[in-house]
Write a protein that binds this ligand. Structure first.
Ligand SMILES: [Zn+2]
Length: 95
């Protein structure tokens, strides 16, 4: 017995990781940055019941936060040139 469901799950996950429709693999999953489309523009699969709530924003903030934390920690290291970290913070948080 072949496991058709597991193959569909894996292909759907692969399509989702490519930000494509889980069913057809051609339509766009997002209509803009961090905004899930209402439906697939190719096959019409309804995405409206997939509520991400704050997870996309949380993930983006976490990733950007880690970059800033590394920059801040690097800026606190003694004997290091702190110019790059200051430049990074100045670009991120303009005066
Ligand atoms: Zn589709």
């Amino acid at each position: 017995m072949t496991n058709q469901a597991s193959r569909e799950v894996w292909s759907a996950m692969a399509n989702g990781l490519r930000c494509k429709c889980p069913r057809c693999g051609k339509g766009r999953l997002f209509r803009q940055y961090l905004k899930v489309a209402e439906a697939c523009d190719r096959c019409g699969l309804d995405f409206s019941h997939h509520r991400a709530d704050d997870l996309p924003a949380y993930v983006a903030i976490t990733i950007v936060g880690h970059i800033l934390v590394i920059g801040l920690m690097h800026s606190q290291m003694p004997g290091e040139d702190q110019g790059q970290a200051r430049d990074l913070l100045a670009v991120t948080f303009p005066p």
